[in-house]
Design a protein around this ligand. Sequence first.
Ligand code: SF4
Ligand code: SF4
Length: 83
Amino acid sequence: MALVITDDCINCDVCEPECPNSAISPGEEMYEIDPNLCTECVGHYDEPQCQQVCPVDCIPKDPNHEETPEELLAKYEIITAAA
Ligand code: SF4
Ligand code: SF4
């Protein structure tokens, strides 16, 4: 499933450049993840890169965007084909 940034975000900007899918952007009040672009880093890395670097640990999985590993890989293939 995609990940989501909670309102614990301190807008530190550390996660945005780490995302291989450019899924993270500054939102109106805090950083946001586009669920259409987040693959949990499947296809690029073994672990979600944003979670690794976030200093306040505010990027859990989004229960509103449940996806299987196969669906995440399919999303990765669509994103990279379009790039
Ligand atoms: Fe980007 Fe990976 Fe974080 Fe998803 S899990 S937002 S693809 S860095
Ligand atoms: Fe927010 Fe964490 Fe990203 Fe920093 S690394 S902008 S605290 S989500």
